[in-house]
Design a binder for this molecule. Structure first.
Ligand code: PMP
Length: 377
């Protein structure tokens, strides 16, 4: 099998699963219980949070465990906006964010907030002057992702942070789901961020948000007051401990994976660019995480090719797993200025960074077979 769909979900790390299984049997108490078994589970939970904050070099931040980045993005955006509505109504994001950001912005627009959706150019560069022009006293929130999930370009988080904080009182938060452990991020320049465990070798339905201690934000779930009243509900200490271990392993392997991802990316780029009549490469070499490679088919339908590849045990995505079932085209590629043919027929290849270069060679020869076969029909 060739699994090149790591941006949709990564393969679970064996050690992460072992920790989860072991602790699930060991930590039997409810972390809220007032007895030894409860204290024991809570202690593990608190240690996991501390370990994560230390790994990300932001020991003084607040951490709330979530079910993943969709929940995290919803929590941060709604929690901040609802708490700070008296300060202003302007909220800023970009046209190429994940649906778990864009849909919340659309909903807030219906509720009377003034949403600004920033443009990007063909290479995925943000329009920084448009951002600057929209920063004023009424701006309360800027939400911009670190790495795009469809095309793989990065936004300059440090530059955005400086701009937002020097020109306004707005909070700057980021969806770092595709950037954490895949790019270099200075988390301390963010007021808050959300991530997902299942993109980094962790279990599905795990994740966390971090935010500055003094950030004004409403809680997400009311109830028993767990997680400092931010998210009530019984805590899954084993899951959160496995996530902390998963992050440690993922960050430790980052330098090696980063190097290998570049080798894989370059090989795929060089091979596919030999066939300009068949493929259009959408990921810009100069501004890419190297973990995501996006290209479009010029002679066949992406959905047909992805299905045919799947029957040969080769797994890639059409656009992103979240939007590929709903939409006929990639709104991200449209926002980058691409025409219908390109934005309707894109394929996303995404690496973990441990794959062998031979897998890229095999992928390209199977892809060429599939595309040429369809052409002949
Ligand atoms: N943001 C980005 C950039 C993503 O790639 C994803 C996963 N497709 C999410 C958010 C949502 O993550 P989760 O599956 O954990 O809800």
């Amino acid at each position: 099998m060739i699994y090149f769909d790591n941006a949709a979900t990564s393969l679970v790390n064996r050690e992460v699963l072992d920790i989860f299984n072991k602790l699930t049997l060991q930590l039997i108490g409810n972390p809220s219980s007032n007895h030894h078994l409860g204290f024991q589970a809570l202690e593990y939970e608190n240690k996991a949070a501390k370990q994560i904050l230390n790994l990300l070099k932001i020991p003084s931040y607040e951490l709330v465990f979530t079910s993943g980045a969709s929940e995290g993005n919803n929590f941060l955006i709604q929690g901040i906006v609802k708490r700070n509505f008296r300060q202003g109504k302007k909220i800023i994001t970009s046209k190429v964010e994940h649906p778990s950001v864009l849909e919340v912005f659309k909903q807030l627009e219906k509720e009377g907030y003034q949403a600004v959706y920033l443009d990007v150019d063909r290479y995925g560069n943000l329009d920084y002057s448009q951002l600057e022009a929209n920063l004023d006293d009424s701006t309360i929130l800027v939400s911009l992702m670190s790495t795009n999930n469809e095309v793989g370009f990065n936004f300059d988080i440090e530059k955005i942070s400086k701009l937002v904080h020097s020109k306004s009182k707005a909070y700057f938060i980021s969806d770092v789901t595709q950037g954490i452990g895949k790019t270099d991020i200075d988390y301390s320049c963010l007021d808050g961020f959300a991530m997902s465990g299942h993109k980094i070798g962790g279990l599905k339905s795990s994740g966390f948000v971090c935010f500055k201690k003094n950030l004004k934000i409403n809680g997400l779930i009311l109830g028993g007051g767990q997680q400092d009243n931010y998210r009530s509900g019984t805590i899954n200490a084993p899951l959160n401990c496995s996530l902390a271990a998963g992050l440690r392993i993922y960050l430790n392997s980052y330098p090696q994976r980063k190097k290998q991802a570049k080798i894989l990316f370059d090989r795929l780029y060089d091979k596919l660019s030999k066939y300009p009549m068949l493929f259009h490469i959408n990921t810009n070499r100069e501004n890419s995480s190297n973990f995501i490679f996006n290209f479009s088919l010029l002679t066949s339908k992406a959905s047909v090719v992805v299905e045919s590849l799947s029957s040969k045990e080769v797994y890639v995505s059409t656009t992103s797993a979240c939007s590929s079932k709903k939409e006929q085209f990639s709104s991200c590629l449209k926002a980058m200025g691409y025409n219908d043919v390109i934005s309707q027929n894109s394929i996303r290849v995404s690496f973990e960074g441990n794959e062998d270069i031979k897998q890229v060679d095999d992928f390209v020869s199977i892809l060429l077979d599939v595309v040429n076969n369809i052409k002949r029909r």
